[in-house]
Ligand binder design. Structure first.
Ligand code: HSE
Length: 311
């Protein structure tokens, strides 16, 4: 029987994960966006409404991340019908938690359920990436892939992206602290130097390789030693008041590492279960010293990706 309407949830995500700028991210199921898509006899894609924690987003499908993703899907598949959608935003705007990606992912996952022959998730990735590009100004999948597939995900390539879900050692959790302020992803990308100094390149490459190998071999010492962004974080930390104090407090409380979530201003720390509460308290109290209120969560790094929740 043809499915006329479907609703999908896509989780938030932490992109970059300190050492994997534009290529690494993990899903955060504590919050996410929900999109309902319905078949329409009228061709084209329409955004009927946006509700939730962020309503001030374009209703024009071309300019909306979820709308643009569905246009890409409908055009590529040459669908004989149109699509209408409503978006329920659970992820605050410009928070560094992958809100634009989650809307695009939820839209393509819901739309996929309406197809006579639904596609595998890997085929949905590029449609969602086109949506995300509307918001961030460039094609990268470090929020899209974890939101779509779930867990800690590495994406290699843009034209023909390949994704790999990386195992996370047991007992590792993430503390997420979202201060009530905005950082524009486009602006946070614009301030980045176009060149990387050779020794930083070597150091960052070693850190990425160390972190990934530490994940595969349950080597917490390697994860701790390699979890440092020497390229992007030094350039962006000025965008977050009290960044160094927050990071130092998390590390003093036992975190394995602490950095900026995506383009910020949300910060995150990886830590062992036993240290999570202390790390959370340390980060929240440092943000408070900056007069910043935060929403905070302790979450599993290994978690589910986008799924249909009603059809
Ligand atoms: N990797 C991206 C960045 C994530 O840090 O700019 C936000 O789109």
């Amino acid at each position: 029987m043809t499915v006329q309407r479907a609703t999908a949830f896509a989780p938030a995500s932490v992109a970059n994960v300190a050492i994997g700028f534009d290529i690494l991210g993990f899903s955060v199921n504590a919050l996410g966006d929900t999109v309902t898509v319905a078949r329409s006899a009228t061709p084209g894609v329409r955004v009927l409404g946006i509700r939730g924690v962020a309503e001030d987003l374009p209703l024009e499908a071309e300019k909306n991340t979820a709308g643009r993703a569905l246009i890409a899907l409908c055009e590529t598949l040459k669908l004989p019908f149109g699509m209408e959608m409503t978006i329920e935003k659970g992820i605050p705007l410009s928070s560094g938690l992958g809100g634009s990606a989650a809307s695009a992912v939820a839209a393509v996952v819901a739309a996929n359920a309406l197809l006579d022959e639904p596609l595998p998730k890997i085929d949905l990735l590029k449609f969602a990436m086109q949506g995300e590009a509307v918001a961030s100004g460039s094609m990268h999948a470090d929020n899209i892939s974890p939101s779509l597939f779930g867990g800690l995900v590495l994406t290699v390539g843009i034209e023909h992206p390949r994704v790999k879900q990386i195992p996370v050692p047991k007992g590792i959790q993430a503390v997420i602290a979202h201060p009530h302020m905005f950082v524009s992803t486009k602006a946070a990308r614009a301030i980045l130097s176009r060149t990387v100094n050779l020794s930083d390149f070597v150091w960052q490459t070693a850190n990425l390789a160390g972190f990934i190998s530490g994940c595969y071999t349950d080597d917490l010492d390697m994860i701790r030693a390699s979890f440092q962004d020497v390229v992007i974080e030094p350039q962006r930390q000025l965008l977050i008041p009290g960044f160094a104090d927050i990071r130092n407090a998390a590390m003093a409380a036992g975190a394995l590492g602490c950095s900026i979530s995506g383009a910020g201003p949300t910060m995150f720390a990886l830590c062992l279960d036993a240290d999570a509460q202390g790390v959370r308290n340390a980060m929240v109290s440092q943000f408070a010293r900056q007069d910043l209120k935060v929403d905070d969560w302790i979450v599993a790094v290994q978690s589910e990706g986008a799924r249909v929740v009603a059809s």
